[in-house]
Ligand binder design. Structure first.
Ligand SMILES: *[C@@H]1O[C@H](CO)[C@@H](O)[C@H](O)[C@H]1NC(C)=O
Ligand SMILES: *[C@@H]1O[C@H](CO)[C@@H](O)[C@H](O)[C@H]1NC(C)=O
Length: 442
C-alpha cells in the first residue's frame, strides 16, 4: 500500500471513530459493540478460549463439585485483573467489570457436567470415567470468560457494571436458585444467558419473547397393597393393577383437563415392582416428570397428580405416598423471556450477526434453571448456533457422542459482551444515573 493510501486509511479510521464516539449520545450504533466479534475471532483470543474449554472438558465436575473449574475461572479472572466474589453457592464465582457502581447487568454461564461416559475419541476426551461435558457447559464457561476479556479491554466505556455469573449445578441442582438466595444478584437490572444449539447453524441465534422453555417437576409414588401368591389374588391387594390404573388416569390430566392450547406433559418414566412370575408384590414405585409453560398450569398439574394417584390407588384398596422430590430435584419454573429484552437482543444480535441470522424459535418442553433468575429480575435466554454445515448428522446434547463445535466460541463471547455493555449504554440514555450516588453499590 502506498503512502497516500495509508494516510487516507488512517483519516478514514479517525473519522469513523469520531462518528462512533459522537453517536454515543443518540440511538446510533455506539462504540460498543463495534468490533467485538472480530476481536473474539482473533487467533490469540479464540485459542485462549479453546484452551479453557478443552481443559474443562478434560476434567468434568458434577453440580456443586465444580472446584477445579471454579479455580480455573478465578485464575483467569486474576490474570485479567477482574475482581470477583467467591465462593457463592458453594463453587460459584461472581465477577465485576466496569465502574463498580449501578446500573448492574449480569451475564451467566453454568459450570457443571453430566454423569455419563464420553464416547467421542479425541485428544481432549474426558479424563474422568462416568463424567462428561455433554451439554456444552464447558463452552459456556469459556465464552463467558471470552466476554470478560472483551469487556475488560473496553472497561472505560462501560456505563455501569457488568456482573459475570459463573453458576454451579444447572443440571437438576437449581444452582441458579442458590446464587439468588445468596443475594449475589441484588440490584441487578437484567440478566442474559445462552445455550449452545447443535441444530442451529453457526453464526445464527434463536429465541422468542415470552414463554420459551417449560417449567418442570418430578414426582415419585409408592403404591402399597398386600403381596401374596399370584394364583390366589383374593388374598392379596394387587399394587401392580392399582399402579397401572394410576398411570392410565394420569394420562387424562393433559388430554381432558388442560387447555389444548396450553401445552403440558405428564410422563411416567419409572415403574418398579415385583420380581417373580408367581408373586404379587407388596408395593410398586412409579415416577415421572411433568411440564407446563405457566406457574398456574404447573401448580394445577402438581395438585391433580397427587389427587389422582391417591384416589385411583384407593379404588383398588391400595395406599399411596407421593413425593415431589423438592430437595433432590427442585422444580424449575418456566423460562419466560422479557419483552423489552427481546427487542434489545434482536437489535444487538442483528447488528452483530446480520438480522437474517436472528431467528424466532418455537417454545420447547425442555427446561433450564435460568428460569429462577427470571422469577426475580428481567431475564433473556437464547440459543447459539454451532452446527457445522459440512457435518451431516447432528448429535444432540446429553448424547455420549456429543461434540461441541469450537468455532462457535467467538459468537457466544461477543454476544454476551455486547448484550451487556450496550444494555448499560441504553439504560444510561433512558435514565440518567445520579453522579456521586454510591448508596447502592453491589
Ligand atoms: C392403608 O392405610 C390404612 C390406614 O393407615 C391401613 O389401615 C391399611 O391397612 C392400609 N392398606 C394397605 C393396603 O396398606
Ligand atoms: C443493593 O442495594 C441496597 C440499597 O442500596 C444495598 O443496601 C445492598 O447492599 C445492595 N446489595 C448488594 C448485594 O450489594
Amino acid at each position: 500500500m502506498g503512502f497516500f493510501k495509508w494516510v487516507c486509511l488512517i483519516l478514514l479510521l479517525y473519522l469513523l471513530d469520531a462518528t462512533l464516539i459522537l453517536s454515543d449520545s443518540n440511538d446510533q450504533l455506539p462504540v460498543i459493540p463495534f468490533g467485538f466479534l472480530e476481536f473474539a475471532k482473533k487467533p490469540e483470543v479464540l485459542n485462549w478460549m479453546t484452551d479453557i474449554r478443552r481443559k474443562i472438558h478434560e476434567n468434568p465436575e458434577l453440580g456443586y463439585e465444580e472446584f477445579k473449574t471454579s479455580e480455573l475461572i478465578r485464575e483467569k479472572l486474576d490474570k485479567l485483573g477482574i475482581s470477583y466474589k467467591y465462593p457463592v453457592a458453594v463453587t460459584g464465582v461472581i465477577g465485576f467489570i466496569g465502574t463498580g457502581h449501578p446500573p448492574f447487568v449480569a451475564i451467566r454461564a453454568d459450570m457443571d457436567a453430566l454423569a455419563m461416559q464420553e464416547k467421542v475419541e479425541w485428544e481432549h476426551k474426558s479424563k474422568v470415567p462416568g463424567k462428561m461435558h455433554a451439554c456444552g457447559h464447558d463452552a459456556h464457561v469459556a465464552m463467558l470468560l471470552g466476554a470478560a476479556k472483551i469487556l475488560k479491554e473496553h472497561e472505560k466505556e462501560i456505563k455501569g457494571t457488568v456482573v459475570l455469573v459463573f453458576q454451579p449445578a444447572e443440571e437438576g441442582g437449581a444452582g441458579a436458585k442458590k446464587v439468588l438466595d445468596a443475594g449475589a444478584l441484588e440490584n441487578v437490572s437484567a440478566i442474559f444467558g445462552l445455550h449452545i444449539d447443535p441444530s442451529l447453524p453457526i453464526g445464527e441465534v434463536g429465541s422468542r419473547s415470552g414463554p420459551f422453555l417449560a417449567g418442570s417437576g418430578f414426582f415419585e409414588a409408592v403404591i402399597s397393597g398386600k403381596g401374596g401368591h399370584a394364583a390366589i389374588p383374593q388374598h392379596t391387594i394387587d399394587p401392580i393393577l392399582a399402579a397401572s390404573n394410576v398411570i392410565v388416569s394420569l394420562q387424562h390430566l393433559v388430554s381432558r383437563e388442560a387447555d389444548p392450547l396450553d401445552s403440558q406433559v405428564v410422563t411416567v418414566a419409572k415403574f418398579q415392582g415385583g420380581g417373580a412370575f408367581n408373586v404379587i408384590p407388596d408395593s410398586v414405585t412409579i415416577g415421572g416428570t411433568f411440564r407446563a409453560f405457566s406457574k398456574e398450569s404447573f401448580m394445577q398439574l402438581r395438585q391433580r397428580i397427587e389427587q389422582v394417584i391417591t384416589g385411583q390407588a384407593a379404588v383398588q384398596r391400595c395406599n399411596a405416598t407421593i413425593s415431589f422430590l423438592d430437595k433432590q430435584k427442585p422444580f424449575f419454573p418456566p423460562t419466560v423471556n422479557d419483552g423489552d429484552l427481546h427487542k434489545h437482543f434482536q437489535k444487538v444480535a442483528g447488528d452483530l450477526l446480520g438480522i437474517s441470522k436472528v431467528t424466532g424459535m418455537p417454545p420447547s418442553m425442555g427446561s433450564e434453571d435460568f428460569a429462577f433468575y427470571q422469577e426475580s429480575l428481567p431475564g433473556y435466554f437464547f440459543m447459539l448456533g454451532m452446527k457445522d454445515a459440512s457435518v451431516e448428522k447432528t448429535v444432540s446434547v446429553h448424547s455420549p457422542y456429543f461434540k461441541f463445535n469450537e468455532d462457535a466460541l467467538p459468537y457466544g463471547a461477543a454476544l454476551h459482551a455486547s448484550l451487556a455493555a450496550s444494555y448499560l449504554l441504553k439504560l444510561q440514555q433512558n435514565v440518567p444515573v445520579v453522579e456521586g450516588n454510591h448508596h447502592d453499590e453491589l
